[in-house]
Design a protein around this ligand. Structure first.
Ligand code: NAP
Length: 295
């Protein structure tokens, strides 16, 4: 079987093309979708993520500003900073880059972002809306996964889906979205995690596997059924002396191993990761529309 490669870039281009029409309409009303990205501390990976997000915004004539706070920022100061952004009409969306330094409780801080500016979809109110079948802001990675399924016409209705991973960021929202009565939903969803007794049993019976684990090459061809569709969310660095950097990035699925047995798979890199930034842009445009009360 030929395994179709589900390229994130193709989906991203389509989403961005649609967004650019809306962004132009907003510009005519002097509304430029604007994001405030907060980064606390000096984590190089976080800095890289934030700068790639900022680049994507400027390419589509949207605005983004990065606010870098020192790693010893107190909880009170960070909350005050977020509250000021909540009240600042210049910004339609607020992104708090995770992880935060250890002394700051992520859940506690995320709750202080105004839900109507929570373009990362991590506020409990927005996660609750998803559970109720009335999504407002969907966190960007699960949203990107749905867009990939939609773009490549991978029907989820009545299918058996296994989601591996149960984080608030990825596993739980994607499982919730796919199990509801939505166009790209209506699946029978099983969520697996570290306490799952026999992961193989579930993955071998799945029509669609969503892997959001963080374990390199956890899933191989013996763990999937013929013709399965695979969305690999994992981003893992493994040593590779043939690369200048000394490492390469791989997913949670052994890509080469499943080729020929899976119907389709997202590559890593080049799959879901591309979509995460694109859906941040999309959520920020939606936030701008709602706040400006236009279109
Ligand atoms: P996380 O919060 O660490 O959650 C990982 C989940 O995987 C947990 O629920 C954990 O189970 C489960 N798990 C770990 N090892 C397992 C195993 N051997 N068998 C079954 N389940 C296992 O991670 P996350 O934030 O959801 O991210 C998951 C992966 O996606 C990471 O590689 C991350 O880098 C990547 N990611 C990619 C993007 C993107 O844009 N492509 C965005 C976000 C995250 P327990 O709950 O039992 O611990």
């Amino acid at each position: 079987m030929d395994t179709k490669i589900l390229k994130g870039i193709d989906v991203s281009l389509k989403v961005k093309k649609d967004l650019s029409v809306i962004i132009k309409k907003l510009a005519l009303k002097d509304v430029i979708p604007s994001l405030a990205a907060i980064i606390v501390g000096d984590d190089p990976a976080s800095k890289l993520y934030v700068s790639s997000k900022a680049k994507a915004f400027s390419k589509l004539s949207c605005h983004s500003e990065v606010f870098s706070l020192p790693s010893d920022t107190t909880k009170q100061n960070l909350i005050k900073f977020i509250e000021d952004l909540n009240d600042n009409p210049k910004f339609h969306g607020i992104l708090l880059q995770l992880p935060l330094p250890k002394h700051l409780n992520e859940k506690e801080i995320l709750k202080t972002i105004a839900p109507n500016k929570d373009v990362d979809g991590l506020h409990p109110e927005n996660q609750g809306y998803i559970m109720q079948g009335d999504p407002q802001f969907i966190s960007c990675t699960p949203y990107g996964c749905i867009k990939i399924l939609e773009y490549y016409n991978i029907n989820t209705n009545g299918k058996d889906v296994v989601v591996i991973g149960r984080s608030n960021l990825v596993g739980k929202p994607i499982a919730s979205l796919l199990s509801q009565n939505f166009n790209y939903g209506n699946a029978t969803v099983t969520i697996c995690h570290t306490k799952t007794k026999d992961l193989n049993f579930y993955t071998r019976n799945a029509d669609i596997i969503i892997a959001a684990v963080g374990v390199p090459n956890l899933i191989n061809k013996n763990m999937i059924k013929n013709g399965a569709h695979i969305i690999d969310v994992g981003i893992n660095r493994i040593d590779d002396n043939t690369k200048d950097k000394g490492y390469k990035v791989v997913g949670d699925v052994d890509f080469d191993d499943v080729l020929g047995k899976a119907s389709s798979i997202t590559p890593v890199p080049g799959g879901v990761g591309v979509m995460t930034v694109t859906m941040l842009l999309s959520n920020t445009v939606q936030a701008a529309i709602k706040q400006a009360k236009i279109i």
